[in-house]
Design a protein around this ligand. Structure first.
Ligand code: MG
Length: 335
C-alpha cells in the first residue's frame, strides 16, 4: 500500500508546495467565490445589521474523538459563540498550524469535516492560512478560527437583561464532550455509547430567538454548566438557584464521572447552551427545544433570585451547595 504523503516544512514556505497543498486540500473543500479570489483579504458583503466577531483556537487532544474531530470543533466552537449572541454566522477564517510529518490524508479528512460543519451552519470559510512548524514544535495540528456574524433587528442579549423570577434553561444533557475527551486520552473504551455533543447550535438558536423573549444565552464550553451559571450570577448580581434533579446528565456520564472523580457540571460541552427567559415563556421554549434533535433533553433547571452573585445548587439529598468557578478540575486541551 502506498504511504500517504506527509506534510513537509516546505508546505509552509509560501511557495509551490504551499500552493499545491492549498489547492489539493483547503480550496477544494472550502470552495466558495469569496475564498476563490485568493487575494490578501476576503471582501465580504454584509447586509444591514450589527456585526459580531469572535475568535478561538483549537488544540484538542486527541484530534479525532467519538462524535467529532478538531476540524468540526473549530467550526462549531466559533459558530456557537456567534449564535449565542443572536448573530447569524456568515463567514469564518481558518488558520492551520501543522506539525512537520503530519499526514496529508488526515489533514484532508479534517478539512472535509470542517466543510461539512460549515455547510450545516450556513457559514463560508472565506480566508485561511497555513503554517508548518518543525517536528515537535506543535503537536500534530492546531487550528484557529475567527467568525463573523450578523445580528438582525434590535435583539439584545446579555446578563444585564435578566431579572429576578426569570427561568434558566439548559438545551440538553451536560458533560459529554469533556468526558469523551478525557476518556479517549486515558484509552478507555466507550463501546460507541458515549459521544461528544460537538454540534452547530445556530439552526436551533435561530428558531428560539425568533419566537421567544430570550434575555441571555451562552454556550457551556470550558468550565461547563457551573461556570456559565456563575458568570451569569456575578454579571447580573443575582443568585442563580438550581435544582440538581432537573439538570439533564446522561447515565453513562454520571457513572464515568464518578469513576474518574470529575463533576459533570464542570465538564466542557461543545453543543449545549444556557438560556434565560421570563417565567411565562419557559415551558413553551422547552417544548420548542424538544422538537430539535439538539434540544431533546432541554429542561428548566433553575430560577434567578435577588441575591449576591451566588449559584446555589439544591441537591438530590435535600442539601444546598454553592457552585463556584472551576478550581482543581482542570483538563488541558479539551477544545
Ligand atoms: Mg462561548
Amino acid at each position: 500500500m502506498a504511504q500517504s504523503p506527509l506534510i513537509e516544512l516546505a508546505h509552509g514556505d509560501g511557495g509551490g508546495l504551499t500552493r499545491e497543498l492549498i489547492a489539493a486540500v483547503f480550496a477544494r473543500h472550502f470552495a466558495n467565490p469569496i475564498l476563490g479570489r485568493q487575494e490578501d483579504a476576503a471582501i465580504c458583503p454584509l447586509p444591514g445589521g450589527r456585526v459580531a466577531v469572535t475568535t478561538d483556537s483549537f488544540i484538542v487532544d486527541p484530534i479525532f474523538f467519538p462524535g467529532g474531530d478538531i476540524g468540526k470543533l473549530a467550526v462549531c466552537g466559533t459558530v456557537n459563540d456567534l449564535a449565542v449572541m443572536g448573530a447569524r454566522p456568515l463567514y469564518l477564517t481558518a488558520g492551520f498550524i501543522i506539525e512537520e510529518g503530519f499526514s496529508v490524508e488526515l489533514l484532508e479528512k479534517i478539512a472535509a469535516s470542517m466543510a461539512c460543519a460549515a455547510a450545516a451552519a450556513g457559514v463560508h470559510i472565506v480566508a485561511a492560512d497555513t503554517k508548518v512548524a518543525e517536528k515537535g514544535a506543535v503537536d500534530q495540528l492546531f487550528i484557529n478560527t475567527t467568525g463573523i456574524g450578523l445580528i438582525e433587528g434590535s435583539l439584545c442579549l446579555g446578563a444585564d437583561q435578566v431579572r429576578p423570577g426569570d427561568r434558566v434553561i439548559v438545551s440538553g444533557p451536560v458533560g459529554n464532550h469533556g468526558l469523551v475527551i478525557l476518556a479517549s486520552r486515558m484509552g478507555l473504551d466507550l463501546n460507541g455509547g458515549l459521544v461528544s455533543d460537538c454540534a452547530c447550535l445556530w439552526p436551533v438558536i435561530s428558531a428560539v430567538i425568533s419566537d421567544f423573549p430570550v434575555k441571555f444565552m451562552r454556550d457551556a464550553t470550558r468550565g461547563g454548566l457551573a461556570t456559565v451559571l456563575k458568570e451569569l450570577a456575578v454579571s447580573s448580581g443575582l443568585d442563580v438557584v438550581v435544582r440538581e434533579e432537573s439538570i439533564p446528565v446522561c447515565r453513562e456520564v454520571i457513572e464515568l464521572s464518578q469513576m474518574l472523580g470529575v463533576e459533570p457540571y464542570y465538564l466542557a460541552n461543545e453543543g449545549r447552551f444556557i438560556a434565560v427567559v421570563p417565567e411565562a415563556a419557559a415551558p413553551g421554549l422547552v417544548e420548542r427545544l424538544h422538537q430539535f434533535e439538539l434540544g431533546r433533553g432541554a429542561a428548566v433547571i433553575g430560577t434567578l433570585h435577588e441575591g449576591s452573585g451566588r449559584v446555589l445548587l439544591h441537591t438530590r439529598f435535600g442539601g444546598t451547595r454553592v457552585l463556584d468557578f472551576l478550581r482543581g478540575q482542570h483538563i488541558p486541551r479539551i477544545c
